[in-house]
Structure formats: C-alpha cells, structure tokens
Design a protein. Structure first.
Length: 259
C-alpha cells in the first residue's frame, strides 16, 4: 500500500530503516522506483536477503537482485543498505547495475561481502563516473578485496572511502590471523593520483608495515581526512598485547610532513 502511495507523490527522501521489509518489500519498492521522485533511500537493517543483523534466518539473494533491477534508471542518488547481509551475491548484483544508476553515495556497512564481494563490487565500479562516497565498513573484504578496489580507484570519482574493520592485513578485531602488508600496500598504490580526500582505515591492524606504505604516498594523494584508529601502528593492540616499536609512527610522521 505504501509503495502504491509513493507513485507520483512529491516524496524525495524515504527512510524505511529497521522495518524488516524483507525480499517482498524490496520487490514492491523496486517495481515503483521509476514512478517516484525518490533520491535518498534508507533501507538499513531490513533483512532484504532473509537474514537479520545477528545472522538469524535463511539467505536468499532474491530481494537484493529485485531491488537492483528497480534501481536502474531511477532518480536514487543516496542508498543506505547497511546491516542487510547482502553477501557476495548481493554485491555482484549491485556491481552489475551501478553504472546504470545515479548513485553518488552508497552505504554497505556490515553486509558480509567478504573478499569475493569486494572484488565483485570493484569490477562494477570500473569507469564509474557518479559514485563519490563508498562505505564498506565491517565487510572483511581483506587484502584481496582491497587490492581489487585499489586497481580501479583512479577510474572513479570516489572522494570518501570507508574501509574500517575489513581485515585488510588479515588480522581480525582480536589480532588473530597471520599479518600481511600486501593489501594495504596495494591500496596505497591505488590511492596515488585518485580523487580520495577522506579515508577511514580504522581497526584494520595495518601495523608498522601499513604505516610505512601510507607514509610513502601522502604527498601523491589528495587525502585531507585520515582515520587510523586502532591499527597497532607501534606493534601493540588495544588490549596491550604485542611488542612496542616506534618505527611505524616515526615513518608516518615523516610522510605527513608537507602533505
């Protein structure tokens, strides 16, 4: 009934967050996008793929696929899909239609994209000329996803990039895993010459290796806003575990001079 009422209405901003609309609601919305004036759409925490934010439910990509079909050619410029567990299949569906939309702001926080989802999204962003803000916080795209994004950054107009809590160096929030600087190093290469001005790398355990890689490219980027919170830059995590070394912060400071 709501979707029917939205057709031909003056509504431009629609917030349906936390309503559990599911695949059925997503399908109903998709059918009317091109008959509305909606530019700002919030569908956060709606079980679009049948799974809630705690992981309960049975996954199906039907809802997100239908939603993506409806977004093609619509007026939507800002889309919030956080906490919908869209997964790699959902990321792939989004990737295939991004260049057919007007979306400038895409929020995919905490959607279980994983490395495959990160790679799929990066593929869909090649040559994209509209997206300016991309939030992928809490998706564990890891070094593989970061490398894929890095490879296409210069082809996009993305200015605001949030990659917080993504295990970019293969360490989880408890510092478990085997550290590798490959992902952060590739990301740094991709940032050189890109349009990115705001970068959030919080809670990725990038360590001294990541700090050194970042320091080397600051003067070749347009970054003005940088979040490196909780990254073991000096070898010690937020619980005090690890061995202290000032190498990372010293390198970072050197890189910041004149940036």
């Amino acid at each position: 009934k709501l979707c029917e009422g939205l057709k031909g209405s003056a509504v431009t901003s629609l917030d349906l967050g936390r309503n559990g609309i599911g695949a059925g609601g997503a399908t109903a919305l998709a059918a009317i996008f091109n008959k509305t004036m909606i530019t700002n759409l919030n569908l956060a925490n709606n079980q679009l793929c049948g799974v809630d934010h705690t992981g309960r439910g049975t996954y199906s990509a039907e809802g997100i696929i239908k939603l993506c079909e409806g977004l093609k050619g619509s007026a939507v410029t800002s889309l919030n899909l956080e906490y919908n567990n869209v997964g790699a299949k959902g990321a792939t569906a989004l990737a295939t239609i991004l260049n057919e939309t007007k979306i400038t702001n895409l929020d995919l926080r905490f959607n279980q994209l994983g490395p495959k989802g990160g790679v799929a999204l990066a593929d869909g962003l090649k040559g994209n000329s509209t997206l300016e803000e991309l939030n992928l916080e809490g998706n564990n795209i890891r070094d593989k996803g970061a490398s894929a994004l890095a490879a296409i950054l210069k082809e996009t107009k993305i200015t605001d990039l949030n990659l917080a809590s993504n295990q970019l160096c293969r360490l989880d929030s408890q510092s478990r895993g085997t550290y590798t600087a490959e992902g952060i190093t590739k990301l740094c290469e991709g940032l050189k010459g890109s349009a990115v001005t705001s970068l959030d790398l919080g809670r990725n355990g990038i360590g001294a290796g990541g700090a050194t890689a970042l320091a080397a490219i600051f003067n070749k980027t347009m970054i003005t806003n940088l979040n490196l919170a909780n990254n073991q830059l000096c070898g010690v995590d937020h619980t005090g575990r690890g061995t202290y070394s000032a190498e990372g912060i010293i390198k970072l400071c050197e890189g910041l001079k004149g940036s």
